[in-house]
Design a binder for this molecule. Structure first.
Ligand code: GAL
Length: 376
């Protein structure tokens, strides 16, 4: 009799625990809200990207710390895992900054927008990230490479490069390659913009390699991977092919939307077409997003205008966010999710995540605000 009473109590306790665990499980997205991980701590993976591997999603992003200086890399790249995109388990630091003052990734440098892709040929996880050297502001404009045997790391830092040294973009004309530019051009003057569009900065950086700031990675259906980054003083995007191992540039690249001033590139492919969402360049302050479409990844890219729909303010600020990545909806093939950052420059760690569904209206990707939404 006593035993059965105890059993009933135990069952009741277990059931209560189970139900409360279920209740703690997140069942929807709430853009802009605090997003607790499995420990109840706001997810710390800013400027992030996702990678799906064997049915599990991994979210890599910048680990920010408190305060204004929080954007600098004091810890490294944080990684989380999830099976449903709502609930994320803290998997720790995938790439750790170094304490060695001689290391390019020494604590206090800048590591932004890390993205990871899996290479089937080598079985390695390959991370590229926007890398700026400590104490040098944003002048280095390099892309860093790190490699791991497991999705959660530890990633081994290899090196950082200014890509495509000594190579012209595939879409440069013979005339562009011969072009010479007047020495003194006033920044933002019409002549200057024309010179930039003509290849002013590609020429300047031809020998040492091109600038690479805001970046993303994209693996096409044929397994070829591309590194897409803001180059040429953030005036022109470059799309570069990576080698079969994904660990180097093949030197085949194109200059996209010359002098268009696009950054924060995020890309997806739907029904054979490539779509690109990017932002204007206003630092941490949000601005209006832009969208583009192309039949081939190397372009030509055609403008589809601002993808955001809503109030003027929502459209002018991308719902107070900036693009970082686009992932396919795991519950609905052919549907995609926009991932943006609502930066908090005064207290970097408090940055929020704006994930919204991308819909199609008149063959254009559009994004509407949702307070709360679900994958299906
Ligand atoms: C933004 C960029 C961010 C970060 C920031 C620094 O334009 O998208 O990733 O670099 O500038 O001001």
């Amino acid at each position: 009799m006593k035993l059965s009473k105890e059993l009933t109590t135990l069952t009741f306790v277990l059931l209560t625990l189970f139900c409360s665990a279920q209740n703690n499980k997140q069942q929807h997205f709430e853009p802009g809200a605090l997003w607790p991980d499995n420990n109840g701590v706001h997810i710390n993976a800013h400027g992030g990207g996702l990678m799906e591997f064997e049915g599990t999603y991994y979210w890599y992003g910048q680990h920010m710390i408190e305060g204004k200086a929080g954007n600098r890399a004091m810890v490294g790249v944080h990684v989380y895992s999830s099976n449903d995109l709502y609930n994320w388990k803290d998997e720790g630091i995938a790439l750790r900054v170094s304490n060695d003052p001689e290391s390019p990734i020494v604590k206090g440098c800048i590591i932004e927008r890390p993205k990871v892709i899996f290479n089937k040929k080598t079985g390695k996880f390959v991370m590229w990230f926007h890398h700026e050297l400590k104490g040098m502001g944003y002048s280095a404009a390099k892309t860093g490479l790190a490699v791991a045997d497991s999705p959660t790391g530890p990633f081994q830092y290899i090196h950082s490069v200014n890509p495509n040294a000594g190579q012209w973009p595939l879409n440069f004309t013979a005339e562009q390659k011969q072009m010479s530019f007047p020495k003194e051009l006033k920044s933002w003057s019409e002549e200057w913009l024309e010179a930039v569009a003509g290849g002013l900065f590609v020429h300047r950086d031809f020998g040492k390699g091109q600038m690479a700031r805001d970046m993303t990675l994209f693996v096409d259906d044929d397994g070829k991977a591309y590194h897409i980054h803001a180059s040429e003083e953030n005036l022109t995007l470059h799309i570069s092919e990576l080698t079969d191992e994904y660990t180097a540039f093949t030197n085949r690249y194109v200059a996209v939307l010359p002098a268009g001033h696009n950054e924060a590139p995020a890309i997806f492919k739907k029904d054979g077409k490539y779509y690109l969402i990017a932002s204007d360049c206003t630092g941490w302050a949000p601005n209006a997003a832009r969208s583009f479409v192309a039949d081939q990844i190397f372009g030509p890219w055609e403008s589809l205008g601002n993808p955001c729909r809503g109030t003027e303010e929502q459209m002018n600020t991308t719902f107070d966010s900036q693009s970082t990545y686009i992932v396919e909806n795991p519950k609905k093939a052919g549907e995609f999710i926009f991932m943006g950052d609502r930066w908090m420059p005064e207290n970097a760690i408090d940055g929020r995540y704006i994930w919204l569904p991308i819909m199609f209206e008149n063959d254009k990707p559009v994004i509407h605000w949702q307070e709360k939404w679900q994958l299906n």
